[in-house]
Ligand binder design. Structure first.
Ligand code: ADP
Ligand code: MG
Length: 324
């Protein structure tokens, strides 16, 4: 094996022993099986330098986030992580960067029980590109699908909203510099926590679910389109993160309703499940707010405290609709 080459890099930074019953890095394919009565949940997410992360981001945080955003999709289906693959394209071999990135990645992989079983490593003519595929298992017919919302369901959201968006705005100079606010907001952007336990507990309780990667309105909109229904949201019930305190109302509303990178779960459930969901929130020590209702029709209406419909400037992030 050529020292410092592709295979040495894979062996050093990415090859780890596979869990019992799985074949990991080193063959043409990885091998694994799901438990009887389960189906495989598969999802891929890509992160591109300059698009999804700043070039100077701490590589350890990037390793964490690259896997976290993928695990968030498993959480949103109610699936339990099994394994992942990592395709990475790098302009050069930077040992310090690879050390940090792989440590962040493997720490979350171990914590979530999502073994790295393979991937691909190439040189990139431009920036770093990371593409991860996660594999999870969920009991047959129990996955939390986007098309399962029903008229009369409550709409819920975990955690708080808006903090990651505020961090991004501060780092891009779209909000006046504020060191204390940035310090509080930045972990939400750089170190999201996939809501895996919540997702798994919601199977059999919730109807539809989605993770908020592109903004609450946009992502809830996907549930509504798939389920052919409408939603009413209550502005006062939306769990604004405390780092939004003191910002103008327009910025706060935009960060809460359209801010991306939240990685909280938005889900719908019949009203008879309210108590169970509140108990779950206490058990997981995770706030879960009831923010609205599924209605007949199409689209989302956001009502303020006086029952007036809030005008909505935009729904959220879309790679090909926005300026870039
Ligand atoms: P192939 O020629 O079959 O595409 P490669 O030479 O690309 O295989 O990779 C060799 C082995 O290393 C394979 O098992 C592959 O899954 C694994 N691998 C390559 N890159 C990575 C990576 N970034 N992370 C984890 N495993 C990797
Ligand atoms: Mg290959």
């Amino acid at each position: 094996m050529q020292p410092g080459g592709e295979f040495d890099l894979i062996a050093r930074y990415f090859s780890r022993p596979a869990p019992d019953g799985m074949l990991g890095v080193g063959d043409d394919c990885a091998l694994l099986s799901t438990a009887p009565g389960c189906e495989l949940a598969v999802s891929t997410d890509m992160l591109v330098e300059g698009r999804h992360f700043f070039s100077d981001v701490d590589p350890r945080l990037l390793g964490h986030k690259s896997l976290a955003v993928n695990l968030s999709d498993l959480a949103a289906m109610g699936a339990r992580p099994l394994a992942c693959t990592l395709a990475i394209s790098l302009p050069r071999i930077d040992p310090d960067w690879l050390q940090g990135f792989s440590e962040g990645f493997h720490a979350l992989s171990a914590e979530s029980g999502c073994a790295l079983l393979g991937g691909d490593t190439t040189r990139s003519p431009m920036g770093v590109v990371i593409s991860i595929t996660v594999l999870g298992e969920v009991r047959r017919n129990q996955a939390l699908r986007r098309d399962a919302a029903r008229v009369g369901d409550d709409i819920w959201v975990s955690g708080t909203l808006g903090a990651a968006d505020v961090a991004l705005r501060l780092m891009q100079g779209r909000l006046p510099a504020d060191a204390a606010r940035l310090c509080a907001a930045r972990p939400f952007l750089e170190r999201p926590v996939p809501r895996l336990k919540l997702g798994r507990y919601l199977t059999g309780v919730a109807h539809a679910a989605i993770d908020i990667s592109d903004g609450l309105l946009q992502d809830l909109g996907h549930i509504l389109d798939a389920s052919q229904c409408a939603a009413e949201l209550w502005l006062d019930a939306l769990p604004a993160d405390p780092v939004l305190d003191g910002l103008d109302a327009a910025v706060r509303h935009d960060a809460i309703l359209a801010g991306g990178d939240a990685y909280e779960l938005c889900f719908t459930a019949p009203p008879r499940r309210r108590e169970q969901i509140q108990t779950l929130s206490r058990q997981l020590n995770l706030p879960i707010a009831r923010i609205g209702e599924i209605r007949r029709g199409a689209g989302v209406r956001v009502l303020d405290a006086g029952g007036q419909v809030l005008p909505i400037p935009h729904r959220g992030f879309d790679h090909f609709a926005d300026e870039g």
